[in-house]
Ligand binder design. Structure first.
Ligand code: XIL
Length: 319
């Protein structure tokens, strides 16, 4: 039997996974799954500002290097996630008494250094992550407070200065189908393009929790972003079912949903779908109390023991 990666690549499609640096170092079966089944890798945490910046003047690239090098060695694409985000900022940030100008200088240096280091090894960047709040306004973050919406423009420009060949994405959650939030993301992208900002695409995270976004509506949403001239990718997919649902039925429904989303990708020309982890046991949903109490948290393509699930077979069949 062909692996998922072989099936996907024969269709010109990349199925990817978020990668955890510790599992990569420690666990040979994890490495095998990654290399054989996936052709696109996203460091799950290693390239976020907090992990990368233990002190104001230093960088710790060890985890990121390990993942990026593994990707290159196995001939996968690598997505850099994420240059600018409001979460997982460094701890020392809290007590840093900066001026707006210092923050701007810090961010510029950060983007230049990180994109520069991986100029030859990272193909795509989530330059700005989750800048739009759930109510559709710009999220009030340290970046927004210091620079206004211009922080988004500058981040893309700075990344583009250092690596004009990389594909630069805006990435967000809850903007998968046509809804108020994706309207606001659409408007933001439209403004960026009007201002000549070098943005190449939109990442739809597609964390399907509670209500799973309607596939037909995802297709409609993808198309409107494509009509702006943007590339669209599914960047962090997982599909969690409500706690209490009968496990067998739930796994089948989950498989059907993965299949429907792959169908949407093929119909609309989306060529990359990244799942947010490899095994269910790796999923971030397991460790988030809020989520794990409401969902059973078995959202990925491989089960806790690294065996392919119905969802794995559904993705492969759909391709
Ligand atoms: C999550 C990681 O999976 C966790 O390990 C970490 O503790 C918190 O962040 N949206 C994103 C991702 O863009 O970076 C988040 O990843 C999940 C939600």
């Amino acid at each position: 039997d062909r692996t998922l990666r072989e099936v996907a690549e024969s269709r010109g499609f990349d199925v990817g996974a978020a990668v955890d640096a510790d599992s990569l170092r420690r666990d040979a079966s994890y490495r095998t799954r990654l290399a054989e089944e996936f052709s696109a890798l996203t460091p799950e945490n290693a390239l976020k500002m907090g992990p990368l910046r233990p002190t104001p003047d230093t960088y710790d690239f060890r985890d990121a290097d390990a993942i990026v090098n593994f990707g290159r060695a196995n001939d996968t694409t690598v997505r850099g996630h994420a240059l600018v985000w409001h979460n997982q900022t460094p701890d020392w940030f809290q007590s840093w008494d900066y001026t707006d100008d210092q923050l701007r200088t810090f961010l510029r240096e950060h983007v230049h250094t990180v994109v520069g280091r991986y100029r030859r090894t990272v193909d795509a960047w989530d330059v700005v992550n989750e800048a739009v709040a759930d109510d559709g306004t710009m999220r009030e973050t340290v970046w927004y407070d210091a620079m206004g919406e211009a922080y988004v423009d500058r981040a893309f420009e700075w990344a583009n200065e250092v690596n004009p060949d990389a594909d630069l994405y805006y990435n967000d959650y809850g903007a998968d189908a046509v809804n108020g939030k994706s309207d606001a993301v659409y408007d933001l992208l439209d403004r960026l393009l009007d201002r000549g900002v070098p943005v190449d695409g939109v990442g739809l995270q597609l964390h399907a929790l509670g209500e799973w976004p309607d596939p037909a509506s995802i297709a409609e949403n993808v198309r409107r972003f494509q009509e702006l001239g943007l590339d669209v990718q599914i960047t962090e997919m997982d599909v969690a079912f409500p706690a209490g649902e009968a496990p067998d039925d739930a796994l089948e429904r989950q498989a059907e949903y993965y299949r429907d989303v792959v169908d949407v990708c093929l119909e609309t020309g989306v060529d990359t779908l990244v799942t947010w982890g490899v095994r269910d046991a790796d999923s971030w949903l397991r460790s988030f109390r809020d989520f794990s109490e409401r969902f059973t948290g078995d959202p990925l393509l491989f089960d806790d023991r690294n065996r392919p699930k119905p969802a794995y077979r559904a993705v492969s069949e759909a391709l």
